[in-house]
Design a protein around this ligand. Sequence first.
Ligand code: PLP
Length: 368
Amino acid sequence: MITFNDVASATTEVRDQVTSRWRDVVDTSRFVGGEPVEDFERAWADFCGAHYTVGVGNGTDALHLTLRALDIGPGDEVVVPANTFVATVEAIVLAGAVPRFADVDPQTLLLTGDTLKAAATPATRAAIAVHLYGQPVDMDSVGVVAGELGIELIADSAQAHGARWKSHRIGSLARAACFSFYPGKNLGAFGDAGAVVTSDPIIVERLRSMRDHGRSTHHQHETVGTNSRMDTLQAVVLSAKLPRLDDWNTKRRTLMEHYRAHLDPAVSPPVALARGAESSHHLAVVRVAHRERVRHLLSAQGVETGVHYPSPCHLMDPYQQYCHEELPVCEAAASEILSLPMHPYLKFDDIERVCTELSTAAHEAMRE
Ligand SMILES: *Cc1c(COP(=O)(O)O)cnc(C)c1O
């Protein structure tokens, strides 16, 4: 059996360090905030090449609270690519704004300056660039168009920990970059956690208040906030894992190169990277005809795969109301994309087996 992800092996690597530091937290009984959260916030900002990190409860809140911190809400539109995890769109609706769905580049499956421009209207106040699969969006082209339109540019970096656009970490390129540390991500906690990375002190001040019931001082509440603080025990886990992240990402890159060398590009080409992009290789995504049949055949051979995502968000029940156009690139990709096993503990042998099985399955599905 070749598994799609391997969270357990990463857990084992940090297990002793985490349990010993957890014991210290338990001994102080300081379970909310405190040094472990502040230490991780500093380390993550440094890692991303930005001034600040605000730790929050999860990636969805990172996005939702960032929009609110930028005063984006009712009456405002936010451009978002339709082929993302539902949370990106959900965050826009939670903020009271309206999602404005964009199509994507047919090669990279990412938002570009052109697709952003095509989707924007006079009511557009912001765009969320999603570094899908860990593949950075062309931040130059999207940044120029956002500048021309006079709108805010936010990054959904939930799949792209450590990725770079032209040698800059993707946490440093937008007005704010939103991260999730859900266990299956490249940097994952032992539960839910998230963060916003920015160099703007005003956003930081607002987010720190909003994640903590809109507090200014202990009993003063200046805005309607929420309860979305990064959990102290999760901050300990993230600090233990962070020094390993670059190594893990390097392993993923080597594995992706091995995939590229062994995949049959005629039947299952990998999704392309934009020139200048250094991916975090969160997911190894190929395109293949008869995808469901191929998945089934692979599964029968003990190869676990995923689909990210089977339905673009503009076709989902709660979000259909916001889109009355076709988005041909997102819609065509949704039926072909297939995520192959990808994690730092995968072996070259495993990849060769996946590629052989995939080629056999793709040919078999074509014949049927
Ligand atoms: C995981 C993910 C999120 C949401 O993060 P949670 O921590 O699960 O709330 C948002 N956007 C993308 C692209 C993701 O992959």
